[in-house]
Design a protein around this ligand. Sequence first.
Ligand code: S3P
Ligand code: PEP
Length: 432
Amino acid sequence: MLTLKKIKMVKGEIRVPSDKSISHRAILISSIAEGKSVIRNWLVSEDTKATFNAVLQLGVKAHMKGNEVIIEGRDYLFNEPSNILDAKNSGTTARLLMGVLSTQDFFSVITGDESLRNRPMLRVVEPLRQMGAWLDGREKGNKLPVAIRGGKLKGISFFNKRASAQVKSALLLASLKADGITEITEPYLSRDHTERMLRLFGAEITQLEGVDGHIVKIKGGQKLYGCEVYCPADPSSSAFFVALAVLIEGSELILKDVLVNPTRDGFFRKLKQMGAHIEYLNLREISGEPIADIWVKGKGRLRGINVGEEDIPSVIDELPLLALIMSLAEGTSSVRGAQELRVKESDRIKAVVENLRSMGAKIEEYEDGFYIEGVEKLRGAYIRTYKDHRIAMTFSIAGLVADGETIIDNPECVSVSYPDFFKDLERLTHQT
Ligand SMILES: O=C(O)C1=C[C@@H](OP(=O)(O)O)[C@@H](O)[C@H](O)C1
Ligand SMILES: C=C(OP(=O)(O)O)C(=O)O
């Protein structure tokens, strides 16, 4: 349990830990490549360690020193694991691993913690079956544990209707060992780190716009070569500090080295539309990804906005935090088309509505989002995190701007993406 109270202001500079999505991919793509890779500024967290430990169980030789990882790639020649692979709380680990393991002519089983064992897997299992792999699990393959026996695969054409980057990435990682071409179409472009990193490792990938949305095409049989990958600061982790600065007038922060890939920076763009003062400085590209230092200044109350289906992929993990900001903005706001929030580490729509209401917000629940009428103040409350890191961090920010005391249950769940979150928060809020 953690108790938080209102603070006056936040000022300073911070480089938050590296991007979780890129850190998972760096391990997996280095492992399937040939030769040595060096991963710099890797995120050391519970989720990414689950991916790291899984590849060790497949026979990959990897060495971690601080946040640098050196990996000897296996060029898709892995060992049959002698035990179950544990993805713990990490959806990305489970789903991307399924793609890699579908290429392997051996038996493997993936499981996870209680939350992950309740999350849907058929979205990945079905297309991988279509490609020719054998997968089965609880509820006809929809729930972990899932067993896999991979082997000879063929390329498929697949419509990724949920615009899930985990589904797309699993198929791309499998496609390199499939006969022919794999083509994935999605209604809105989901995060494209896998495409960018596969290119960095030497693959040829075509991306184009079609009538049904964004298309990615890849030819099987291509070889990847180990290289150096730099992991930038996570925009999803940076978002909590940006939120704090925009919610408290007079605050000013610089967030260093943040990934500003357009498939990920929807939160910052939405805040600007709400009237926030945010600028990208020193925009540059490293390891195929755009990076900037973000300057943010708190300058009074923001205006409500509507967020629709097309906006969702680039802001999906920040929606709980955006809901908090909307609840303190002038006028009304809404989020629609975000039903995927119900199948994350917790039912994030329920968790947001319940906790914001207990703090005095005016919020109505939709099946696929929420409707919010801004209020001037929130009051401290007892917060149920459902052991979901994004809920714990969102309501810690809420606790620092609300009147009275806020109590967070299970604050330690932040360790899946940001183990030192509370230390960093304390440092920045005590400098002022
Ligand atoms: O590919 C990834 O790294 C992720 C994709 C998203 O999930 P979906 O693929 O389920 O949309 C996101 O919510 C998750 O935090 C990380
Ligand atoms: C949804 C998330 O991650 P994952 O799906 O990898 O568990 C997240 O980090 O918000």
